[in-house]
Write a protein that binds this ligand. Sequence first.
Ligand code: BGC
Length: 344
Amino acid sequence: MWKRIRLAIALIGLFACTSFVGCAKREEKVMGIKIGVSVYDTHDAYLSALLSEFNSYITEKAKETGIAMSVEVQNSNGSQATQNNSVEDMIDNGCDVLCVNLVDRTDPTVIIDMAQQKNIPVIFFNRELVEGDIERWSRLYYVGANAEESGTLQGEVAINAIENNDIDKNGDGAIQYVMIEGEAGHQDSKIRTETSVAVIKDAGIKVEKVASAIANWDRAQALTKMSGIIDEYGDEVELVLSNNDDMALGAIDAYEAAGISDEKRPIVIGIDGIDEGLEAVRNGKMYGTVYNDKEGQAKAMAELIYSELVTKDFSAIEFKTGRYVRLPYAKVLKSDTIGTKYSR
Ligand code: BGC
């Protein structure tokens, strides 16, 4: 996967730069844009899909504008210290703009200070920094989504499942559920976990938590954790709510590995709508998911870069509050038009 992305990155740099003709008044003559991208962990399924979209939008933008654009991606391997060092390297290597997916979203200080010193704008994405930090300098931005909305929509998908299917297998009037959580301290993990269950309860549905497990957004970790839960509770679980698709797929893997038949398995619901998640919804292994608009986020990042470095015109950027751009989520059920709207 990463080899493919790197190849794409190399190709983006091919566009020869010409002078600007007929551009808006305030546009600067930009000869080339070097973009440094730092990711908390490049093995993350959602982020690798988002980055591949980002590369496509940058390629398009380069063609459209005739400005040479290159993208360099650095993996932080889950270490904030590694991320700080690689951002420093990217600044030293002459990057014009930084896109940073923070390892520790509460600790952007070193990066902000380095960028501000060299007057290099930073677009933080996906892992949300706190308002006090983004306010520290006017060339800091955030592109992501609204975590609460994803929790609400996941709760609504669960209500749909409960109302339209006989999922209360033991007939006790309550839904026994398992929560698979992403990462401690991540805004999406905490808020999705709280909101999805609150929405189900608010609809007057009785739920009982059988177990919860942290699987760090990762399919293999979710497989291990869910296998442990199956060992303990057998086929008692009626609903699995997962903070993302990759872990939902890991939970499904655990049921496959345990040899539990489809009829005895719980309803599984994810978030993200990555390709494999959508495929699982299509083939009925997963009841539904919530689409996390990676295309919209990638496009917003590309447009922000162009506004920041070339036009200085931000009128087309939809800031929600301050310098935060948030793309909406959408529910995905088998009955929806998946295959048209959400697949290529
Ligand atoms: C996504 C997860 C991803 C995480 C990484 C979340 O918004 O839903 O799939 O692992 O971001 O930060």
